[in-house]
Design a protein around this ligand. Structure first.
Ligand code: C2E
Ligand code: CA
Ligand code: CA
Ligand code: CA
Length: 278
């Protein structure tokens, strides 16, 4: 009791008091629940299928966040993610996205994973790994059902800290995708130093490459390199059947884009999947 009385004068000593610790844990849980309730009113996710180019089977759906703004209507992520990274709100938004994506994954068949975009700022959230682990448990998901997409900007710094976080995500059993490859921030070192499971080629590289032999050759070799190091090579922004035919020729395995479906509500995606199976 003496120790406790003395210790309570110092902030950090609280951590050693089991009674107090239970109390703080409970507060933290209540806090997390409240934060989530608030975010649920404001944000929602849409989902876009990622399909195998050969069979057309859906392997993954990417979760994409939107903001239900009271005045401006539905805002796309390009209009608020950057600001949220600057003011720190991305941690809470990101926590909502992880939770909602896991809840949705639990409603899908086991062979379909959900891809979640991670902001670089979230890599500095000390609770990130705990959040992911807790969401997997809460929704009884095998970790292979969740894939995390990182853009190269997120991980340009090949620091031990970044490595530790990415390895912890992998150690949980979740997969990692390198997003927007070729969008302007590409560097081979990202691929060189970190182990990804998927390489997503940015829409801008896919767009005009199909009728240009030189560009096709470059994509062919990126694809070949990817396959040789066990990366699932994936094309973004596939809009035409010409894209599909050409990308199969170039050895691409999976793709995403308006050719298959644009992002839609979770409910609409359920219907879309059902119709496709028939
Ligand atoms: P992204 O990760 O590259 O996501 C793909 C974007 O391309 C989506 O835009 C999608 O609607 C769009 N898209 C897909 N297929 C096509 C197509 O065939 N043609 C065209 N023109 N566009 C297509 P969206 O949903 O507006 O998202 C924009 C970006 O916002 C995402 O790019 C991602 O970087 C970011 N983002 C989305 N959700 C989240 C999130 O939960 N967390 C974080 N940190 N970032 C997110
Ligand atoms: Ca993405
Ligand atoms: Ca992308
Ligand atoms: Ca993008």
């Amino acid at each position: 009791a003496l120790y406790r009385a003395k210790a309570s004068g110092r902030g950090s000593a609280r951590l050693f008091d089991p009674e107090n610790d239970r109390h703080t844990t409970r507060l933290r849980q209540i806090d997390a629940a409240l934060v989530n309730e608030f975010e649920k009113q404001v944000f929602f996710l849409e989902y876009q299928p990622i399909v195998r180019l050969d069979s057309g089977a859906v392997t993954t759906v990417e979760a994409l966040v939107r903001w239900k703004h009271p005045e401006y209507g539905i805002l796309p992520p390009d209009q608020f993610i950057r600001a949220s990274e600057h003011n720190g709100a991305i941690i809470r938004i990101g926590a909502f996205v992880i939770e909602a994506a896991c809840a949705y994954a639990a409603t899908l068949p086991d062979h379909i994973a959900v891809a979640v975009n991670l902001s670089p700022v979230q890599l500095h959230d000390p609770a990130l790994i705990e959040r992911i682990g807790a969401a997997l448990v809460r929704h009884r998901l095998g970790p292979g059902r969740i894939e995390f997409e990182l853009t190269e900007t997120a991980i340009l710094d090949v620091s031990p800290e970044t490595r530790r976080i990415l390895e912890a995500i992998t150690a949980l059993g979740c997969r990692l995708a390198l997003d927007d490859f070729g969008s302007g921030y590409s560097s081979i070192s990202t691929l060189y130093y970190f182990r990804f499971d998927r390489l997503k080629i940015d829409r801008s590289l896919i767009k005009d490459a199909m009728d240009d032999p030189r560009r096709r050759t470059i994509l062919f070799h990126i694809g070949r390199m990817a396959r040789d190091v066990a990366l699932t090579i994936t094309a973004e922004g596939m809009e035409t059947d010409h894209h599909r035919v050409s990308l199969i020729e170039l050895g691409f395995e999976e793709g995403q884009g308006s050719l298959f479906a644009m992002p839609m509500s979770g409910e609409a995606l359920h219907d879309w999947l059902r119709l496709r199976l028939v």
